[in-house]
Design a protein around this ligand. Structure first.
Ligand code: MTE
Ligand code: MO
Length: 396
C-alpha cells in the first residue's frame, strides 16, 4: 500500500492550504534562527500536559480523544534527558558510513535541495499504558497512563531521498540515528541513538521532519530535525538528529541494544538476555476508552464511550473493528469509527451502549485486518513495554 499524503474529508484543501502556509512561515522563522527557545520554556507553557518528571509528559485522556489530529499542547513528550538547545544557523546533519559520498547538510540545504515530503502518522511510546502492568507487579520507568500517544502531520524530507543522494554501498542493512541530547545512564552520559532496518529507512513514509502540524518543531519534539518512522514505536523516531550512519549492523547504542525489547515474564535486569531478543519496532494493536458519559434521560440509561485505537505498525495493516463489552467480555457491541482511516494512523471511535442491570464497567478491544487482536490479559515484562490487554473503564 502506498503512503498517502492527503487528509480525506470535507475541508481538506483549505486545511492543507493553511498547513502549507503555516509551514512556509515556520521554515522562514527557522532559517532566520527564530524558534530556538531555551530548553525548559515548554514546561511552563504546557497547561495541556501532565508532567511525570521534567522531561516526560502526557495529556489528559479526555482531551486526547477529542481530536484526530493531536494539537501540540496535547502531544506527549518522552525524552530520556534534557532538551538540548541547538542553533539552527550552525546545525548540520551528517550522513556517513556505507555511502558513496558523505553528506553534511544545513537546514537550508535540506529544504532547498530536496523535495518537501509530509505525512500524517501516529507516534506512540512503547511504554504507553505501562501503569497497568504495575497493577500486577511493579515495573520501573515512567509510569505512563494511556496518553503516551498522539497523531500529527510531519513535514520534512524523505529519508530515502537523502540516502539515494549519498549513494548506498554494498552491505548496507541498517540506518543508525545518533542524537545531540545527553542521557545519563549507569554512571555515564551519552547521546540517545537507535536504528531501523534499511528497508524501513527507504520506505516512502519514513521522514526527517523539521515541522509538526505545520509549525517548526518545538524544542521538546526534536528541533531542528527529527526522524519520523511511521508504524514503529516512538523510540526509533530519534529527535535532535546529529549523525545518520548507514551500516551493516544495528546501532550499538544502549537504547537499541539494552532497552526497548520485550523480555519473558521471569526475566529481570540481571538475567535478561538482551542479545537474542529482537528490537521492539512495529507497534501492536491497541485501544483505549477515553471518555464515558452517561445519558440517564432514557428509560434504560445509555453509556456514551469514545476512545482511540491503533492497528499494528505493519505496512498495509489497518483496523477491522473496535468492540465494547459491558459484561467482562461475554458479549460485545461494535463501535463506530468517527475519524478517517489513514495508513500508520490511529482512529477515534465511539459507541452508545445500554447500561443494563449489573453493568459496572466496560472493556474495549480492537482487531486489525491482519488478524491481530487484543487479549483480556498479557504477559508481564519487567521493562513494562507493549501493554495492550483490554482497556477497562468503570461506571463510577
Ligand atoms: N534524541 C532522542 N530522541 C528520542 C527520544 C529521546 O529521549 N532522545 N525518545 C524517544 C522515544 S522513547 C519516544 S516515544 C519519542 C517521543 O517523541 P515525542 O517526545 O515527540 O512525543 O521520541 C523518541 N526519540
Ligand atoms: Mo518511547
Amino acid at each position: 500500500m502506498r503512503f498517502q499524503f492527503k487528509v480525506p474529508g470535507g475541508d481538506v484543501s483549505r486545511r492543507d492550504f493553511l498547513r502549507s502556509v503555516a509551514l512556509a512561515g515556520g521554515l522562514l522563522a527557522l532559517q532566520r534562527g527564530v524558534g530556538a527557545s531555551p530548553s525548559f520554556a515548554l514546561f511552563q507553557d504546557s497547561p495541556g500536559l501532565k508532567f511525570h518528571d521534567p522531561f516526560n509528559a502526557e495529556p489528559d485522556l479526555a482531551r486526547l480523544v477529542q481530536s484526530w489530529m493531536t494539537p501540540l499542547e496535547h502531544f506527549y513528550i518522552r525524552s530520556h534527558g534534557a532538551t538540548p538547545t541547538l542553533d539552527p544557523g550552525t546545525y548540520r546533519l551528517r550522513i556517513v558510513g556505507l555511502v558513496e559520498r558523505e553528506l553534511s547538510l544545513s537546514l537550508s540545504d535540506l529544504s532547498s535541495l530536496y523535495a518537501q515530503a509530509s505525512g500524517i502518522a501516529t507516534l506512540q511510546c512503547a511504554g504507553n499504558r505501562r501503569d497497568e502492568f504495575s497493577l500486577v507487579k511493579k515495573v520501573g520507568g515512567v509510569p505512563w497512563g494511556p496518553g503516551a500517544i498522539g497523531n500529527a502531520s510531519w513535514e520534512g524530507v524523505r529519508l530515502a531521498e537523502l540516502l539515494q543522494a549519498a549513494g548506498l554501498k554494498d552491505g548496507a542493512r541498517h540506518v543508525q540515528f545518533l542524537a545531540l541530547d545527553r542521557v545519563e545512564h549507569g554512571g555515564t552520559t551519552a547521546p540517545f541513538g537507535a536504528s531501523i532496518p534499511l528497508e524501513k529507512a527507504m520506505a516512502p513514509e519514513t521522514l526527517l521532519a523539521y515541522a509538526m502540524n505545520g509549525e517548526t518543531l518545538s524544542p521538546a519534539h526534536g528541533f531542528p530535525l527529527r526522524a519520523v518512522v511511521p508504524g514503529y514505536f516512538g523510540v526509533r523516531s530519534v529527535k535532535w538528529i546529529d549523525t545518520i550512519t548507514v551500516s551493516a549492523e544495528e546501532s550499538p547504542n544502549y537504547f537499541q541494544q539494552k532497552a526497548y525489547k520485550i523480555m519473558p515474564p521471569e526475566a529481570d535486569e540481571k538475567t535478561a538476555d538482551w542479545t537474542s531478543a529482537p528490537p521492539l519496532n512495529d507497534m501492536i494493536v491497541n485501544s483505549v476508552v477515553g471518555t464515558l458519559d452517561v445519558d440517564a434521560r432514557s428509560k434504560t440509561p445509555v453509556a456514551h464511550l469514545r476512545g482511540y485505537a491503533v492497528p499494528t505498525g505493519a505496512t498495509g495493516d489497518s483496523l477491522a473493528q473496535v468492540e465494547i463489552s459491558p459484561d467482562g467480555g461475554k458479549s460485545w457491541q461494535t463501535a463506530e469509527f468517527s475519524s478517517p482511516e489513514m495508513p500508520f494512523c490511529w482512529r477515534l471511535w465511539e459507541a452508545k451502549v445500554p447500561i443494563g442491570a449489573h453493568v459496572s464497567a466496560f472493556a474495549v478491544r480492537a482487531t486489525a485486518r491482519s488478524g491481530a487482536t487484543q487479549k483480556p490479559e498479557i504477559d508481564w515484562n519487567f521493562k513494562g513495554y507493549g501493554f495492550n490487554a483490554y482497556h477497562h473503564r468503570s461506571l463510577s
